[in-house]
Design a protein around this ligand. Structure first.
Ligand SMILES: Nc1ncnc2c1ncn2[C@@H]1O[C@H](COP(=O)(O)OP(=O)(O)OP(=O)(O)O)[C@@H](O)[C@H]1O
Length: 290
């Protein structure tokens, strides 16, 4: 595969630098730097529309960033999702994307296709080559189902699982590609408190297996409990990054969540310019009236 080797940073699994993503006139992500180190769980938070998912899509090759680069274990990644997965980054999506009419075990087996000689279509169509590879993969997939607590449901159809277990299955499928970094996009969305606690335990267990985790979440309590480090995006820019307790107490973060402007907020200068122009226009109009 075509990766460019750069000087390896000590323990960085992910090293994203200056990532910018523009859609026409809209800058959804602006110059974001983020590293995730071995053994870390890092959180990415921010109000709706802050650019979190767009940033994830830049990391996983779904989008080609307008500027910036993304390196995994010292190698710059080509912006192609299957090459990114092959390199060692796996992800889950905000909306569950399982093969609903396949069994739980089959879903995990499909997730292994980047680690077997057989391709995705071979896996989906169950060609002879897939059956041989399946034999080897079955054991590993069952281990993952044990790990995620789904082994007893290996033969159930994915669509018949309760919601929390479908989310777990997505994680099991992502783990099947044997990643070094797992990206989770809102893993607890729609979960009840009990399911959320189980998800938290599962993510800690994944970290303990040596897989670094980067997680987007709206549930602030969940993220503060879970993460070693938290980065905050507001209007596409990273405004704060640090340990959970520091970020939680940061007035810029509180203001961003309460929707109040703060010193140096992204877009504040532009807003001030607009206000000044409006004030000037207003005073001119008043002057005209006289
Ligand atoms: N494909 C696209 N084309 C044009 N604009 C887009 C596209 N994807 C995202 N955007 C815009 O980019 C901005 C950031 O969106 P994004 O979904 O990344 O935010 P988010 O932080 O993940 O939000 P949420 O928490 O609501 O999921 C938004 O203004 C959104 O409308």
């Amino acid at each position: 595969m075509t990766t460019t080797t750069t000087a390896p940073t000590s323990t960085a699994v992910l090293d994203a630098s200056g990532v910018t993503m523009r859609f026409g006139g809209l800058t959804a992500v602006r110059g974001v730097d983020l590293t995730v180190n071995t053994g870390e769980i890092v959180g990415l938070i921010g109000p709706n529309g802050a650019g979190k998912t767009t940033f994830f899509n830049c990391l996983t090759g779904l989008y080609v960033p307008t500027e910036g680069k993304v390196a995994y274990k010292g190698s710059v990644l080509p912006p192609k999702p299957h090459l990114v997965t092959q390199a060692g980054i796996a992800r889950t999506f905000q909306n569950i994307r399982l093969f609903a009419n396949m069994t739980v075990l089959e879903n995990v087996l499909v997730g292994r296709h980047t680690r077997t000689k057989e391709g995705l279509w071979s896996a989906l169509l169950r060609l002879p080559g897939f059956k041989r590879a399946e034999q080897e993969s079955r054991e590993r997939a069952m281990e993952l189902l044990e790990f995620t607590g789904l082994a007893a449901k290996a033969d159930h159809l994915a669509r018949n699982l309760p919601y929390g277990e479908q989310r777990k299955l997505e994680i099991a499928r992502a783990l099947a590609s044997e990643p070094g970094l797992l990206l989770l996009d809102e893993p607890t969305a729609g979960m009840n408190p009990q399911e959320t606690r189980a998800a938290e335990e599962l993510i800690f267990a994944i970290r303990d297996k040596g897989i670094a985790v980067l997680v987007i979440e709206h549930d602030i309590r969940f993220i503060m409990n879970l993460c070693d480090r938290v980065a905050v995006l507001v209007q596409g820019e990273k405004i704060v990054e640090g340990p959970a307790e520091v970020v939680q107490a940061d007035e810029r973060v509180i203001a961003a969540y309460l929707g109040e402007p703060f010193e140096g907020a992204p877009g504040k200068e532009e807003a001030a310019e607009v206000e000044a122009a409006e004030a000037e226009a207003h005073s001119t109009m008043e002057g005209d009236d006289k």
